[in-house]
Each structure stands twice: as structure tokens, then as C-alpha cells.
Design a protein around this ligand. Structure first.
Ligand code: UGA
Length: 454
């Protein structure tokens, strides 16, 4: 099989398929990426992937190339995993890389093979591409296309690929379904649930899933806004909600909200596509979901300003985290970096430390100061703001940090710290949706699996 596009999704898919025993050729138009991967190095931070890449290369079952000629000659099935970013100046998805990958491949295919899209695309894309590839391929109408959405999370990419919650095959024929069953046999043999559907449903499953997750996060963050106006505590609220199995505690963690290369652009592209289809009203609530999420960023800046004494001008702020979530070096639409930038624009001197994302963050916002350790970041800080909940920050001792800062003031943008420990160590602790002082009742008894521990 071939895997076209070797970003977060494609590189992981190529490596894992080789680990599962298939002969895999990874293809990318970027020679630098191909060279790195071929030499056993992963161009981004993903725990566990470098080791698996090295195993796969050593097995002789994984190679990389920039040549579409080689790919077309090699593959019985082709997985297309290229990016679908947000179009500049629009909410819609930019499909130019998807279109190019399918066209380049199809043009060279002269024997019966299956093209499989894995990228997240607006519903209807597979049907359009099926026509396109048939019109350019020497194979003509015999060329088939299927959609197989991917649900992996960054930071857990290997685990999610080797042990997914479910597989979804969007197919137009029994032959296409059979090819996919062969390609995923090791996972199906393990009992992974499979949904076989038409291509439109398969495309929709992905955007519907990401929209649901985004909605759940914004829901609890909307409750945080109400808590802020009433003195209620959103953490306790979320804990109590989570005991209802119908609601569940996952993705109910309040704080700075969602970012990354997926959730934000997917809900926007879904809105744009729904408008085109004449059903914009059905998903108009996703605008609210987006806006609630954006407000978390400005509210975090408000809290930092408040702790800095009403003005950020000249204040020294330690920004802990830049990545959009821990265990990732991805800063695409990262709430953390956005907050650091807003603080800087208000005149603060912002010192950023992220265990893995400093280099990527520096490329996007070179104006901020970046340092290589937590201690350097908090040194002489007027206010510390936790923006990405890396374990290193959770584990830090508030007394040790307290000895380094200029003022013991902390905004916990991710509800990741133990407020009582910080307060006991003399810190002024603030978090979105929680009262400024410790609430009187914070009792959670016999707690086994609440969001507090999620
Ligand atoms: C997301 C989905 O979870 C994957 O299933 C999907 O495959 C992927 O997008 C994709 O479309 O490729 P990912 O972007 O890696 O995965 O990140 P998540 O773990 O979903 O986190 C997204 C954001 O939500 C992060 O910024 C995180 O900090 C935030 N979040 C998450 C919260 O604010 N609260 C929560 O309770 C959970």
C-alpha cells in the first residue's frame, strides 16, 4: 500500500501499517520530510512514533519517496492523507492538496487499484473526486475511490491507529469494501467495531464527531461563564455532571478551550459546507461553539491583567505552554500561543516555555521571548499563567516556583493545578469559572472516575 502525505496523520498511518505487516511506501512532495523519515527521524513530536518508525524501517517493509510514478506502480491500495487547512479569508476547507494528490496518482494508474481518502473533507468531496479521478486515469470508469476517516488524536496517534475505537469504510462497491477489509484485517481480527457506509456518511462521521467534541468543550466553558457571574465553581459542576453516564466526563474539562489543526477548522468548514447545501441553519450553533471558545482566550487575558493589578503594560508574565495541548509540539490555532500573543500586544513582557513547542512557536511569533526551562520562565514573573497542561507544570512544587517569582500570582488556564496547594503556599490562584477565593464546600467523596481525575 502507499500513503500519500506524511504529516501527523500520514506518517503515523504509514508506520503503523508497516508495523502491522504490510509493505508500505510513504509519499510526500517535500523532499526534506521524506529524507528525515527515511533516516528514522519523525519531523514532529509524537510520543512512541520514532521507535515504531525505526522498527518499521528495520523490518524492510517501509520506504519513503517523492515519486508519484513509483507510488502508482507500487500500490494495490493508496491512502491519501494530505492536509485540508482552512482557506485564507474563508471558513471553507482548502482542498487543493487533496485534489492534487488524487489527480497526480490517478493520472498514472493503469491497473485496478483502490484510492482511499483519509483526510477530513466536506461531505460530497469523495463523489466529486470519484468523477475527477476517472476522467484523468487511463483506467477510466474502473478506478474506484473509498473514504476511510481517521480519528487519531495527536499525542496518542500510535495507540489510536493500532487500536482505534472504530473503523468506518465509505464505499461504493463490495469490491472496495473487500479491499479495505484486507487492508485493516489485523484490526478487524482484534474485534475493532466496523461501520460500512456510503462515502457521504463516512465523510460526515468525521466532521460530526469533531463538532460534537468541540460542542462538549464549549458547553462546559459556557457554564464556566455563568459560574463566573454567580460565584459558582465550574470544576465542581463538571465533576457532578460527569457522574451521569449519559453525559460522561470526557471532553468536559473547562478552561482555555480547544485549538489545534482539527477541531477549529473542522467546525468552520462544516458550517461553510452546510450553507452551500442549504442546511446552514442545522449547524448554525457551531458559530456559538466557536465564539464561546474564542472568548475563553480573551477572558484568560482579563484574569492575568486583573492579577497584574489592572494593566499589563510592562508586566513580566511567565507563559507556561505554547502547544495546543500537552504531548504535542503543534501550535496550529493554539489557544496558549494566542493568549501569549494577546498579553504581549497589551504591553506585557511575555516569557514563554513549552517543553516541546518552543521552536514551532518561535517560527509563528518570533517577538515573544522563549526560554528552555520552567525555572527561567517563572524567574521574577509578576504573574504566571498556565496555558498548556504538560505534566512538568502539574508536578511543579508551588513552594519552589514561589521562591523564583516576583509575585505569587497564578492563572490556571487549564484547571490543571491543585488550587489548595497553591493557596497554601501563599499564591493568589485564579482559574476561569472558579471563585477568586476557595469555595466553602469542595467535597467530592468516593470519587472513582470524575473529570477531576480525567
Ligand atoms: C481531534 C479529535 O479528538 C480526534 O478524534 C480527531 O481525529 C482529530 O482531532 C483530527 O481531526 O484529526 P486533536 O486535534 O489531536 O484530536 O486534539 P484533542 O485531543 O481532541 O484536543 C483538542 C483541543 O481540545 C485541545 O486544545 C484540548 O486542550 C482541548 N480540550 C480537550 C479541552 O479544552 N477540554 C477537554 O475536555 C478536552
Amino acid at each position: 500500500m502507499t500513503v500519500i502525505g506524511t504529516g501527523y496523520l500520514g506518517a503515523t498511518h504509514a508506520v503503523c501499517m508497516a508495523v502491522l505487516g504490510f509493505e508500505v511506501l510513504g509519499v510526500d512532495v517535500d523532499p526534506a520530510k521524506v529524507e528525515l523519515l527515511a533516516s528514522g527521524r519523525v519531523p514532529f513530536y509524537e510520543p512512541g512514533l520514532p521507535e515504531k518508525l525505526q522498527d518499521a524501517l528495520a523490518s524492510g517493509r517501509l520506504r519513503f519517496t517523492t515519486s508519484f510514478d513509483e507510488a502508482a506502480a507500487f500500490g494495490d491500495v493508496h491512502f491519501v492523507c494530505v492536509g485540508t487547512p482552512q482557506q485564507p479569508g474563508s471558513h471553507a476547507a482548502d482542498l487543493r492538496y487533496v485534489d492534487a494528490a488524487f489527480t497526480e496518482l490517478a493520472r498514472r494508474i493503469d491497473r485496478k487499484t483502490l484510492l482511499i481518502g483519509k483526510s477530513t473533507v466536506p461531505v460530497g468531496t469523495a463523489a466529486r473526486l470519484a468523477q475527477l479521478v476517472r476522467s484523468v486515469s487511463p483506467l477510466g470508469d474502473e478506478l474506484e475511490l473509498a473514504w476511510n476517516p481517521e480519528f487519531l488524536r495527536e499525542g496518542f496517534a500510535v495507540e489510536d491507529t493500532l487500536h482505534p475505537d472504530r473503523l468506518v469504510f465509505g464505499v461504493d462497491s463490495e469490491w472496495a469494501e473487500r479491499q479495505l477489509r484486507v487492508a485493516f484485517r489485523p484490526l478487524l481480527d482484534e474485534g475493532t467495531p466496523l461501520v460500512v457506509a456510503d462515502t457521504a456518511t463516512a465523510e460526515l462521521v468525521k466532521v460530526a464527531a469533531n463538532s460534537f467534541l468541540a460542542t462538549k468543550i464549549s458547553y462546559i466553558n459556557a457554564m464556566a461563564e455563568v459560574c463566573e457571574a454567580t460565584g459558582a465553581d465550574v470544576n465542581l459542576l463538571a465533576t457532578a455532571l460527569a457522574y451521569d453516564d449519559r453525559i460522561g466526563g470526557r471532553f468536559l474539562k473547562p478552561g482555555l478551550g480547544f485549538g489545534g489543526g482539527c477541531l477549529p477548522k473542522d467546525i468552520r468548514a462544516f458550517r461553510a459546507r452546510a450553507e452551500e447545501l442549504g442546511v446552514g441553519q442545522a449547524v448554525r450553533f457551531l458559530d456559538e461553539v466557536d465564539q464561546i471558545n474564542q472568548r475563553r482566550r480573551s477572558r484568560t487575558v482579563d484574569l492575568v491583567r486583573e492579577l497584574a493589578g489592572g494593566s499589563l503594560q510592562g508586566a513580566r508574565i511567565a507563559a507556561l505552554g505554547a502547544a495546543f495541548k500537552p504531548n504535542s509540539d503543534d501550535v496550529r490555532d493554539a489557544p496558549a500561543l494566542d493568549v501569549a500573543r494577546m498579553l504581549y500586544l497589551e504591553g506585557a513582557r511575555v516569557v514563554v516555555y513549552d517543553p516541546e513547542a518552543n521552536a514551532n512557536a518561535h517560527r509563528v511569533y518570533p517577538d515573544l521571548d522563549y526560554v528552555g526551562t520552567l525555572a527561567e520562565a517563572v524567574m521574577d514573573a509578576d504573574v504566571v499563567v498556565l496555558l498548556t497542561e504538560w505534566d512538568e507544570f502539574r508536578r511543579a512544587d508551588p513552594r519552589d516556583l514561589g521562591a523564583l517569582v516576583s509575585g505569587r500570582r497564578i492563572v490556571d488556564g487549564r484547571h490543571a493545578l491543585d488550587a489548595s496547594r497553591y493557596r497554601a503556599a501563599g499564591w493568589e490562584y485564579r482559574a476561569l469559572g472558579r471563585p477568586a477565593e476557595a469555595a466553602t464546600a469542595q467535597l467530592v467523596e468516593n470519587d472513582k472516575d470524575s473529570v477531576a481525575h480525567a
